[in-house]
Ligand binder design. Sequence first.
Ligand code: SAM
Length: 351
Amino acid sequence: MTDPAGNQAPSASAAPTNNLPPANNTGPVVEIDETVVDRNDGNDSTYGDELSTYTASITSSVLAHEYKHGRRYHSYHAGNYQFPNDEPEQDRLDMCHHVYYRSLGDRLFLAPINLDGKRVLDIGTGTGIWAMQLGELYPKAELIVGNDLSPIQPHWVPPNVKFLIDDVEQEWLEPKSYDFIHSRYMVGSIRDWPKLIRQCYQHLKPGGWVEFQDTTNRLYSEDGTLDPENNVLKLMNNLIEACGRIGIPGDFAPRIKGELEKAGFVNVQEKIFKVPVGAWPKDKRLKEIGAFTALQFIEGVEGLTAATFSEILGWSKEEITVFNAKVIADCKRRDVHCMHEIRVIFGQRPE
Ligand SMILES: C[S@@+](CC[C@H](N)C(=O)[O-])C[C@H]1O[C@@H](n2cnc3c(N)ncnc32)[C@H](O)[C@@H]1O
């Protein structure tokens, strides 16, 4: 049986890896044109106070790390990633996983590929949650490799999943060995996107698929409620500025489709999903996505600003503390209907 994108239906139901719902990769793909505001939001407490109390935990293994700004980071000598890798950040990444998964209609990927007997690479796997859910959902996939700078992935994983600690911006070892390469939420990490896309092309078997899932980081509102003084907007613009100053493009998602086509990929498609910040939409799924998006900002803003704002933008510790509090306050506002997008771009290496 296949789903609307042609993915093979799972032969076994996926067990949850933590307290997030199980993946099934079978939901309909719904691109929502109009984001309707929940006019009763003042009376609906479903995602009210909980916005500041959500927590999730995942096992981490500590091998080589650097400690600064009261947080734990990947080993200093590997890569240029500017964000922590400790448990609070891992919780934030798992919330983001949920936002992507729900936005895509409860699917882990959209490329039309049957993964039975196939080899998969997950670039910058983070906590490994995507790779592990994929391993549970596709037990007949031959191998799923999750690569990352940080050794933060659990040891108990599905038998076809393995993790590899490596810098994906360096040369890759295995040539032409994957059927599917997936990269999610890597804008803000990657310095040279055209090179990464070329590397994906070179390391895919002919006929193999690549898929990038990423957010556009310029926030907007459809009803004029987001003003330039909004602190979530300032947070994102400052992060783009900080990444830019160290040579990392902070808003590359809108350019990925063009780069895939330039690199020679065919059958390239882009799907765009609206992501609200806050539980203000009327639609139930968007309300949940918005609540988790606001939560990851509320719980994650300290990690997002700690190194970037101090080391790159030169802010003082006090300035950052005050700013973070303002971001948290603005995330909880119900009268601001702020949003951004998830873009999913997939393409095929010609046969
Ligand atoms: C924002 S997180 C996204 C994690 C994961 N892809 C997800 O969607 O849950 C970015 C991840 O990429 C990793 N990373 C950053 N630069 C990298 C590089 N050059 N090579 C490998 N991993 C990298 C970071 O350590 C971090 O875990």
